[in-house]
Design a protein around this ligand. Structure first.
Ligand SMILES: CC(C)(COP(=O)(O)OP(=O)(O)OC[C@H]1O[C@@H](n2cnc3c(N)ncnc32)[C@H](O)[C@@H]1OP(=O)(O)O)[C@@H](O)C(=O)NCCC(=O)NCCS
Length: 175
């Protein structure tokens, strides 16, 4: 069953709208596919670190491991006038051999820079910590200023292990 993590006003432009963050389940696959299709090419390319066109498949993959202890997908959902729309997602996976989780995240273009990404990062960290995971790491393009800015604000540090193209970021979780 989906668990809400956060309720918040969506900001001045969306009065009477609510944003909540919850776990995705199999019933979200179609709406997640619609969400990915609606992203700008720029946001999509950054999210997938390259071009993807098979959004139904990507969405199905995001919800395929629901119930698996080391994988989850969180959705940011805007509710207005009784209707809910996905406006952000983050997919998390834990790698036991490396002893850290990693993630990918996106926020719908018109909702970027309104705090949704940070709220999802916080919810992801809480859930990963709850699962007993101690470290989250992520790779992002050196040119991805928004992801690097978001990670820095969320408390991630540059591990220095990147190259001219990529930056590797990591954060130790506190329980
Ligand atoms: C990265 C992303 C998820 C951030 O989501 P968001 O909801 O816009 O982020 P927030 O509004 O919570 O921003 C939190 C902080 O991140 C940083 N940040 C966000 N956008 C930024 C930008 N364009 N440039 C620089 N810093 C930025 C800022 O420090 C910001 O805090 P501030 O607004 O108080 O200055 C969003 O830009 C996105 O979907 N990008 C495309 C997909 C992507 O690059 N994913 C990462 C690879 S998987």
């Amino acid at each position: 069953m989906s668990q809400p993590f956060m309720d918040a006003d969506a900001g001045p432009a969306q009065t009477k709208a609510k944003i909540r963050i919850r776990s995705a389940d199999a019933s979200d696959a179609d709406n997640l596919s619609i969400y990915f299709t609606g992203l700008s090419a720029t946001t999509r390319n950054k999210r997938f670190m390259g071009a993807r066109a098979d959004f139904a498949l990507v969405a199905a993959e995001c919800v395929a491991k629901v119930g698996h202890p080391d994988h989850f997908t969180l959705l940011a959902e805007l509710s207005r006038d009784g209707r809910s729309t996905i406006i952000g997602e983050t997919r998390y996976a834990y790698h036991a051999a490396a002893r850290h989780g990693d993630f990918a995240i996106s926020v719908a273009d018109i909702f970027q820079r309104q705090g949704v990404g940070l709220q999802m990062m916080n919810a992801m960290e809480r859930q990963a910590s709850h699962l007993g995971h101690e470290m989250i790491a992520a790779e992002t393009a050196r040119t991805n200023a928004e992801m690097r800015g978001l990670a820095k604000k969320a408390g991630f540090a540059d591990t220095g292990l990147g190259d001219w193209q990529s930056v590797y970021l990591a954060k130790r979780l506190t329980r």
